[in-house]
Design a protein around this ligand. Structure first.
Ligand code: BEZ
Ligand code: FE
Length: 288
């Protein structure tokens, strides 16, 4: 090959990295240049073929075609690649409760319900009294903190997947009391599979990967002046707790469902003793 046709790999990488140097946002320049650096290294190290790259583009095109406001295949791709969890890990402020993935079933329209609400509304499921406190990193209460809670029903489905459920089923917002306390009655959540009818499902199948998530409660904790916390609580002993397909489980988020003998709580919710209890303290970090 004559010299004029040669284009060496380092030239492409350096030129592509430099091409972002003039971005008006310096952080964007930094992130895009690093993304180019590491993606080029991936192409070089894997000796990616044109056919493989094309397959990747087809995957992204398919993801785009099925992504809607209600269902985001890119977000699921980020989850199953462990990217969402890595972002959680590197952006975790020190001292606070670990964060975990948001998932696709959060609904901004959950109603504010009184602290202590019974969310079970006669439906099937093993009752669980979930309560606790929202504290700062010095164990001081954060009065008025907001808990945004959602989970799946006894059939393993969220309302968005199950037309038989009321859209507000097993979800609510609760404002904590003066001691940062919150309380609600819910049911035991169940493991379930991530959506598998799109390209991410095909990727998991081709990789012989687990498609299940362990049982979990989703919770977003927020309070003015504090870094918001998107997290999950995982009942100990759930199937798939050691093999979450989106890598969301952290040791500090595993909770025990314990037998409780509190007669006044049993009376309040019409439960017989002993009933199931989960008690958890969230720690929020002050905004800097
Ligand atoms: C979920 O927890 O609902 C979920 C999280 C990530 C991907 C799919 C589902
Ligand atoms: Fe979930």
């Amino acid at each position: 090959m004559s010299e004029k046709h040669e284009i060496t790999r380092p030239d492409v990488t350096i030129d592509a990295m430099k091409s972002f140097a003039n971005a008006s946002d310096p952080r964007m320049a930094e992130v895009m240049s690093l993304l180019v650096k590491h993606m080029h290294a991936f192409v070089a190290e894997s000796k990616l073929t044109k056919a493989e790259w094309l397959k990747g583009l087809e995957f992204l095109t398919h993801a785009a075609k099925i992504t809607t406001d209600e269902r985001n295949e890119f977000s699921l791709f980020s989850d199953v690649m462990g990217i969402s969890s890595m972002v959680d890990v590197v952006s975790q402020p020190p001292g606070g409760t670990p964060s975990s993935v948001l998932g696709p079933f959060h609904n901004h329209d959950s109603l504010i319900r009184p602290n202590g609400s019974d969310l079970t509304d006669g439906q099937a499921g093993d009752r669980v009294w979930l309560h606790g406190r929202v504290l700062d990193v010095h164990q001081q209460a954060i009065p008025g903190a907001q808990i945004d809670f959602w989970q799946n029903a006894d059939n393993g489905l969220y309302p968005a997947q199950d037309p038989a459920q009321d859209p507000q089923n097993l979800r609510c917002k609760i404002i904590c009391d003066d001691q940062g306390g919150f309380s609600l009655l819910t049911i035991r959540p169940h493991p379930y599979t991530v959506p598998t009818d799109g390209p991410v499902g095909a990727l998991l199948a081709a990789s012989n990967r687990n498609i299940w998530r362990p049982a979990h409660f989703h919770i977003i904790v927020s309070a003015p002046g504090y870094v918001g916390l998107v997290t999950e609580l995982f009942p100990a002993g759930s199937d798939y707790i050691d093999n979450d397909t989106v890598f969301g489980v952290r040791p500090g988020l595993i909770v025990q469902i314990k037998p409780c003998q509190d007669a006044s709580i049993a009376k309040q919710y019409g439960l017989s003793i002993p009933f199931n209890e989960v008690n958890y303290e969230f720690n929020l970090v002050k905004q800097s």
